[in-house]
Ligand binder design. Sequence first.
Ligand code: IMP
Ligand code: MG
Length: 182
Amino acid sequence: MHEDVSKIIYSEDEIQAKIRELGQALTRDYADAARNEGLVLICVLRGAATFMADLARAIELPLEMDYMAVSSYGNSTKSSGRVRILKDLSSDIEGKHVVIAEDILDSGLTLMRLMEELQCRRPASLEVCTLLRKDREGQAPIKCRYTGFEVPDEFIVGYGLDYAERYRNLPYIGVLKPEVYS
Ligand code: IMP
Ligand code: MG
């Protein structure tokens, strides 16, 4: 285990087992939609890139993958409550079924803002698949059709999640020692 991590909450195997489950659910739910209007997975860069790459391979349907970057935290561990689009999608989503792949839902502000923006582009449907959802007060009321794990309100890293751009390549998800960021 990395010396800056106090404990591992999900191992590589546990993450992959959960992604297989999520992939099966999406494969079942979007079987017709993917073949008719089309299915697009949207990755919120950069944290969700690892998750989306694995999730896409667990879905046995034709699909597109597109990427978007929004800013939220900078190098701090607290959400600023403001979100800005830094990189937009490459393709049009009008009339297609869209699933946003998110790494973690914390305050929910990032997703809330993003969903408003994407809804304006008139997709056939818009849903969220988040690997992690923090159990905390004051979270925006976002309906996630797919949630991997509910996690405690601690700062976590690994499997795509960073602190100041580090730790994304840890293969597991773990709690970052508070002394690293305080
Ligand atoms: P929200 O807007 O507060 O829901 O947070 C959105 C983004 O903040 C997530 O997509 C993550 O990239 C990042 N984030 C939130 N909590 C954590 C954490 O515990 N570790 C690492 N990144 C986090
Ligand atoms: Mg993110």
